[in-house]
Write a protein that binds this ligand. Sequence first.
Ligand code: NAI
Length: 342
Amino acid sequence: MRDFKGKIVFVSGGASGAGLGQAKVFGREGMKVAIGDVRQDALDNAVKELIAFGIPEKDILAIKVDLTDRADYTRCADKIEEVFGGPPHLLIQTAGVNSFGPIEASTFDDFDWVMGVCLNHVVNGLLIFVPRMIKAYAHKTEFWVATTSSMGAFMSGSGTGPYSAAKAAVNNLMYSYDEALRPYGSGATVLCPGNINSNIGNAEKFRPANLKNTGYRVNDKTMASLRAIHATGIDPVELGEILKEAIENERVICLPDHNPDGRAAQLRGLNETIENYTLTRAQRDEIAAKRRAEMMKAMEEARKSGKEPPMPMWATPEDAEPFGKARDDLDWIDPSKKLQKK
Ligand code: NAI
């Protein structure tokens, strides 16, 4: 899809972070911008930001919606048609939340919240919008489907279970949709960022009251750790530009790395990790030890040659606690997975 001007974009989670960056980028292309988000105060603020960015107020539609609620999401889709005269030509599903802790500590609420927003909302939007988009635009004009997933889609982690599982499923769905939409003259792109300068570190604050029972250690201090990491992430508008390039060039996976060699190397490394799961545990341990030794050697050589060794990516604030730990009262969890009291 290359022709954006005068068309309609809907961005889920568009009131903040990556979604707001995407709304700005495609609004600047002359699109009518609809954003959907569960937080009214964030929506009000986003509208101000979009206007300040130069998007005409008449081309902005902010809709309060819980994207995990199918009836509510359907109402949101109806509203877009009512106000802008048709379904979106470009659907970007970006809303997401995260919560980290040992997978064996997870509760049903942890899975239902994270997978509900990160995966189920994407399914809801695809089922609500895609038939409308095909009916309105197939073989008449360009249209496209995009989703914000994560580098986590290619990885697994004992502390990121529900999130990684949701994102892996989202990627897989997008590969299917790209193939499915080809006969209609369309396709799909899945954006897989590593770290974004967004507000996702605060997601736990807005966790719905009916899904609050977490097995993880979550408090203001663990959120402060997450915020410190995300503060070093890519700028949302820059990320939106990278997504635009990927849509224009019909890429299915968009890794936010401008260097094609970097992209290929990243994926080769991740694929190798998956291939290695076919090996025995002893063989995998041997490979991991070799990788660690190579990394230590490289750091030592950098130190000896006077170059700075790689620095940690972020500085954790003094009042922060590590995230990814289990709740104290879960008596089956290994003590190393709980906060070590000093
Ligand atoms: P953000 O917190 O700044 O924005 C996410 C938005 O989704 C928020 O405004 C939130 O209110 C909204 N949202 C959450 N649940 C909702 C629901 N049920 N209904 C409607 N809206 C809802 O976070 P960010 O980082 O911009 O996240 C965007 C996407 O990027 C997510 O899918 C996330 O998983 C993904 N991502 C983020 C990374 C990061 O480092 N921040 C890295 C890789 C992927």
